[in-house]
Design a protein around this ligand. Structure first.
Ligand code: RIB
Ligand code: CA
Length: 322
C-alpha cells in the first residue's frame, strides 16, 4: 500500500505534534507540506513547534509554510492555558534546526492540489482559517483534493473550550461556516471531539506505557502532553488526556479504524452564546448532507498505531543539501 500523499494544516500544540509523528513516521503518510495557522498558539510558535515535531521524526526535509495569524473576523483566543505557553508543555524544547518556508500557507493549499489534481489528502488539525481563506479564492478547492479530513466540531454538541464549542470551530466559527458551506460528504469528513473523548483518551496506564517505551519519539510525545493532562483532569474530567488530532490523523491514514459514521447537514453557530456549536439538521426537510461525520473509532487499533509508530527509531535527519 503506497503511503498517502498528505498536506497537513496545523496550529501545532502538543496533540498536533503527536499527529505529525503519526503522519511522518508510521510509513502510512507521505507529507508533501505542513501549513500552520494561529490557534493553540500564535502562528509563529506553532510553526516552530511543527518544525520541532518533524525533526523529532527525522523529517527536517518536509516544508513548513506559515499561514494566517488570526481568525477571519475575531481576535485570536489561544489555547495556551491548555497546552502551555509554548503549546508543547513548556518543557524547554530546543530550537529546530530547519527553518520555515516563505511561501504563505494559503498559496500552498491552493497550488498543491492544482499541481496534483485528485492526488492529495488534506488533514486539518486546527481552526479552519487557512482553508476558509483558500476557499474564498477557489470555491471549488475541495474538488481538487482526494479527500479532506478535519479534526473539527463535536457531533454530540458537548464542547471542550466552552459548553457547546470544540476549540478548532469555536476559535474561528466564521471559517468553519465557510468550510461547511463548500463541503460535500463524499469529499469532507469531520472527526469531532466526541470521538476523541470516547475513543482516544490516554489513561494513566496508557501514559505509563508511552513513557516506558523510552524511544525519542515516545518520550517526546509523553513529555509535551503533561500540561494537557493536568487540564483534562481539572476541566474536562476525562480519565486522562485525549488526543483529538492524532485520532483524526489515524482515521485519514487508516480509514478502516472507523467503526461508526453518518452523513448530515451541518451549519455552525456564530452566536455568542453558542459560538462554534454544530447545528446538525436531521429533519426530513433538511438540506442534503454536506459532511461525513465519524462517530466512533476502534480505540485499540488507534492506540496500537500510536504506540507502534512512536516505538520506532526515527531515521537520521537527511544530510543538508550541499
Ligand atoms: O478541540 C481540540 C482541537 O483544539 C485540537 O486540534 C487541539 O490541538 C486544539 O487545537
Ligand atoms: Ca490542533
Amino acid at each position: 500500500m503506497p503511503a498517502l500523499p498528505l498536506i497537513i494544516d496545523s496550529d501545532t500544540g502538543s496533540d498536533d505534534a503527536v499527529a505529525l509523528l503519526l503522519a511522518a513516521a508510521s510509513g502510512l503518510g507521505d507529507i508533501r507540506a505542513v501549513t500552520t495557522v494561529a490557534g493553540n498558539v500564535p502562528v509563529g510558535t506553532g510553526t516552530r513547534n511543527a518544525l520541532i515535531s518533524l525533526e523529532t521524526a527525522g523529517r527536517t526535509d518536509i516544508p513548513v509554510h506559515p499561514g494566517c495569524a488570526r481568525p477571519m473576523t475575531r481576535m485570536l483566543s489561544s489555547a495556551q492555558h491548555v497546552h502551555g505557553e509554548d503549546g508543547m508543555g513548556d518543557i524547554g524544547l530546543p530550537d529546530p534546526s530547519a527553518s520555515c518556508e516563505s511561501t504563505h500557507a494559503v498559496e500552498v493549499l491552493l497550488s498543491q492540489p492544482r499541481e496534483n489534481p485528485g492526488e492529495l489528502t488534506l488533514v486539518t488539525l486546527a481552526p479552519l482559517t487557512n482553508v476558509a481563506a483558500a476557499l474564498l479564492r477557489d470555491p471549488d478547492l475541495f474538488t481538487r483534493y482526494r479527500h479532506v479530513y478535519c479534526m473539527a466540531g463535536a457531533a454530540d454538541l458537548r464542547g471542550n473550550i466552552s459548553a457547546t464549542g470544540e476549540f478548532n470551530v469555536w476559535a474561528d466559527p466564521e471559517a468553519a461556516k465557510i468550510v461547511t458551506q463548500a463541503a460535500t460528504p463524499d469529499k469532507v469528513t469531520w472527526i469531532g471531539w466526541d470521538v476523541s473523548r470516547k475513543d482516544a483518551v490516554m489513561t494513566p496506564a496508557d501514559q505509563q506505557h508511552l513513557e516506558n517505551i523510552g524511544t525519542p519519539m515516545a518520550t517526546f510525545a509523553h513529555r509535551i502532553n503533561r500540561t494537557v493532562a493536568d487540564w483534562a483532569r481539572d476541566v474536562t474530567g476525562l480519565a486522562g488526556y485525549d488526543l483529538p488530532d492524532p485520532v483524526a490523523m489515524a482515521v485519514a491514514l487508516k480509514p478502516d479504524l472507523i467503526t461508526e459514521q453518518e452523513q448530515a447537514y451541518v451549519d455552525i453557530s456564530v452566536a455568542d452564546e453558542t459560538r462554534g456549536q454544530m447545528i446538525i439538521d436531521r429533519r426530513v426537510s433538511a438540506p442534503a448532507p454536506n459532511l461525513t461525520l465519524v462517530r466512533r473509532v476502534a480505540e485499540a487499533g488507534f492506540k496500537k498505531l500510536l504506540f507502534d509508530t512512536v516505538g520506532t527509531l526515527a531515521p537520521p535527519a537527511p544530510a543538508a543539501a550541499p
